[in-house]
Design a protein around this ligand. Structure first.
Ligand code: AMP
Ligand code: TRP
Length: 333
C-alpha cells in the first residue's frame, strides 16, 4: 500500500550535502513512487525559534522550494507549502503542548545543543519546537516521515504525543502514529573540518560543508581542504571507528555512488588521500553542480516559486483544517 509521507525542512539558508544525503534524496525517491502521497513543508514557524532576518527569511523560503525542485521533487506529484500559511499548525501545536509532558521535552538533546550554555536565554519556541513538529505530522495522518538521524528523538516524541492524545480522549487510532524513515547508513553527514560534529547550516566556517548552491571550484576546493589524518587510506572497515574524518568522507562517497562502505574501503585501501579526494570531488561535482545550477535558475523566477507555494498552501489547508476541526471537537471546544 502507498505511504502518506510528510517531512519538513527549515528555511534557514545554506542547505547542504547533509540535508541532501540525509533527507532530500530520500524525499525524491519516495516522491517518484506513484503509490505514495507526499507532503513537503518549508517549516518557517520552526525557523523563527532562533533569530532570523525577515528579508532573508523570505528569500530562504523560496530557496528551499527551489532546492526541493532542483533535487528532483515534482511539484505536480506532491504538496509543497510553507507552514506559517496553514493556521492549523500553530493551533495544533498549542493543543498538543497541553498533551506533551515537560519531562518528555526535557530529554530532547537537540534543545540542549541549540540552547547552549545559557538556556535561560533560549526562546520558549526553541524548547517546544518538537511539539510543533508533532502537530505538522499528525495533522496530515502521515504514516511515514523521512528525516536525517538527528530527528529520531523528535519523532519518538511525536509518537508518544499521538498515543497519549488517543488514550486521554479515548479516540483509538484517531491520531496516526507515524513511522520514521531514517536511512540505515549515511543518515548523519559530518563536518568536513571535524568528523565528530554534524555538518550544519549554522557552522561559521563555510569550508565545513558543501552547500547545494556551491559551484564546481568551491566543491573541489572544499574537498581538497577537508580534514583527514596522516595515515594512508584505511585497509579495513574497523579502522574507521577511530578515523572519523576518513569514515565521513568514505560515507559520502558510498552514498553518492550507491556502494557499501566495505566496498569503498576496499577500493581505496592503502592509497593516498589525494587520489581518493579527486574521485570524491568528481562524484560530488557530478551530483551537486546540476542541482546548484537549477536552484539559481529557479530563483530567477520568483513568481513560479510563489505559485507553487500558493497551490500547496491551498491543498494543505484542505487537509489540515478538517483534522484540526476534529481535534477541537474531541477536546471539547
Ligand atoms: P534542517 O535543515 O534542520 O531543517 O534539516 C532538514 C533535514 O535534513 C532533516 O531531516 C535533518 O535530519 C536532515 N539533516 C540535517 N543535517 C544533516 C546531516 N548533517 N546529516 C544528515 N541529515 C541531516
Ligand atoms: N525539525 C526538523 C529539522 O530540523 C524539521 C521539521 C519540522 C520536520 N517539522 C517536521 C521534519 C515534520 C519532519 C516532519 O530537521
Amino acid at each position: 500500500m502507498g505511504k502518506k509521507i510528510f517531512s519538513g525542512v527549515q528555511p534557514t539558508g545554506n542547505l547542504h550535502l547533509g540535508n541532501y544525503l540525509g533527507a532530500i534524496k530520500n524525499f525524491v525517491d519516495l516522491n517518484n513512487d506513484n503509490d505514495n502521497k507526499c507532503i513537503f513543508c518549508v517549516v518557517d514557524l520552526h525557523a523563527i525559534t532562533v533569530k532570523q532576518d525577515p528579508k532573508e527569511l523570505k528569500n530562504n523560503i523560496r530557496e528551499t522550494v527551489a532546492t526541493f525542485i532542483a533535487s528532483g521533487i515534482d511539484p505536480k506529484k506532491s504538496i509543497i507549502f510553507n507552514q506559517s500559511r496553514v493556521a492549523a499548525h500553530a493551533e495544533g501545536a498549542w493543543i498538543l503542548s497541553c498533551v506533551a509532558r515537560m519531562g518528555w521535552l526535557n530529554r530532547m538533546t537537540q534543545f540542549k545543543e541549540k540552547a547552549g550554555k545559557d538556556k535561560e536565554k533560549a526562546s520558549i519556541g526553541l524548547y517546544s519546537y518538537p511539539v510543533l513538529m508533532a502537530a505538522d505530522i499528525l495533522l496530515y495522518d502521515a504514516t511515514h516521515v523521512p528525516v536525517g538521524d538527528d530527528q529520531k528523538q523528535h519523532l519518538e516524541l511525536c509518537r508518544d504525543i499521538a498515543q497519549k492524545f488517543n488514550n486521554d480522549f479515548e479516540v483509538e487510532n484517531f491520531l496516526q502514529v507515524p513511522e520514521p524513515l531514517i536511512q540505515k547508513e549515511f543518515s548523519r553527514i559530518m563536518s568536513l573540518k571535524d568528523g565528530s560534529k554534524k555538518m550544519s547550516k549554522s557552522e561559521l566556517s563555510d569550508l565545513s560543508r558543501i552547500n547545494l548552491t556551491d559551484e564546481k571550484d568551491q566543491i573541489i576546493n572544499k574537498i581538497k581542504k577537508a580534514k583527514t589524518d596522516p595515515l594512508p587510506m584505511p585497509q579495513d572497515i574497523k579502522e574507521l571507528e577511530e578515523r572519523l574524518e576518513a569514515k565521513n568522507l568514505l560515507g559520502i562517497y558510498s552514498s553518492l555512488t550507491n556502494s557499501t562502505l566495505e566496498n569503498s574501503v576496499k577500493n581505496f585501501a592503502g592509497k593516498n588521500f589525494s587520489e581518493f579526494k579527486d574521485e570524491l570531488a568528481e562524484n560530488l561535482v557530478n551530483k551537486i553542480e546540476p542541482i546548484s545550477n537549477e536552484i539559481k535558475k529557479l530563483l530567477g523566477d520568483k513568481n513560479y516559486l510563489d505559485e507553487i507555494l500558493l497551490d500547496g498552501v491551498e491543498k494543505a489547508n484542505l487537509i489540515a483544517s478538517k483534522k484540526i476541526e476534529r481535534i477541537k471537537e474531541i477536546v471539547g471546544f
